[in-house]
Write a protein that binds this ligand. Structure first.
Ligand code: SF4
Ligand code: SF4
Length: 164
């Protein structure tokens, strides 16, 4: 896994132009069965890649926290939302609430999330490859292929299987 992860940024850089072009075409003319196809590719790929051997998203990027996330996680940790925010979060230059530290404070040594049941929505949905109308968020995937081996593999499979 380490080797695969370290090769991702270079691979993403090499494929960036082709991926950008592919996603532009996908946005213009998404296949009718795109939702089903993405769900299949997502399920199949996450059977091949085990997040517990990876955790690269938790180590390198971290999620955005919504106020709902903050309230839910603070309650789980028996903290006041304000105290949770000041202990773990900061506001970034785009005014979003993000982690103060990376790797994520809630990542265990076994790569398990210590707040899994109440983790931020953005964590639960990452890398968004099973989202309906995937073509609308494909710009996020352009970045995610540099950190997520599953997203990278899904995009390669898409390019093989979708004729645009
Ligand atoms: S979602 Fe992607 S980056 Fe995150 S742990 Fe799973 S395979 Fe790794
Ligand atoms: S909250 Fe959990 S799933 Fe989200 S980045 Fe931290 S360890 Fe990973």
């Amino acid at each position: 896994m380490e080797e695969l992860l370290s090769s991702l940024p270079e691979k993403a850089k090499q494929n960036h132009k082709a991926n950008k072009k592919f996603f532009a075409k996908l946005r213009k003319k998404p296949p009718k069965n795109l939702d089903v196809l993405m769900q299949d590719l997502h399920n199949e790929t996450f059977e091949e890649i085990d997040c517990l051997t990876c955790a690269n998203c938790c180590k390198t990027t971290g999620p955005l926290f919504t106020q709902k996330d903050v309230d839910r996680i603070a309650k789980f940790l028996k903290m006041k939302p304000k105290d949770f925010e000041s202990k773990y979060l900061q506001t970034d230059e785009e005014n979003d609430l993000v982690l103060q530290n990376l790797p994520c404070t809630f990542l265990g040594e076994d790569n398990k999330c210590l707040i899994y049941e109440v983790r931020p929505k953005a964590c639960a949905e990452f890398p968004h490859t099973d989202r309906k109308k995937f073509q609308q968020i494909s710009h996020l995937t352009l970045k995610n292929v540099a950190i997520c081996p599953a997203a990278s593999r899904i995009v390669e499979k898409m390019k093989e299987q979708i004729n645009l």
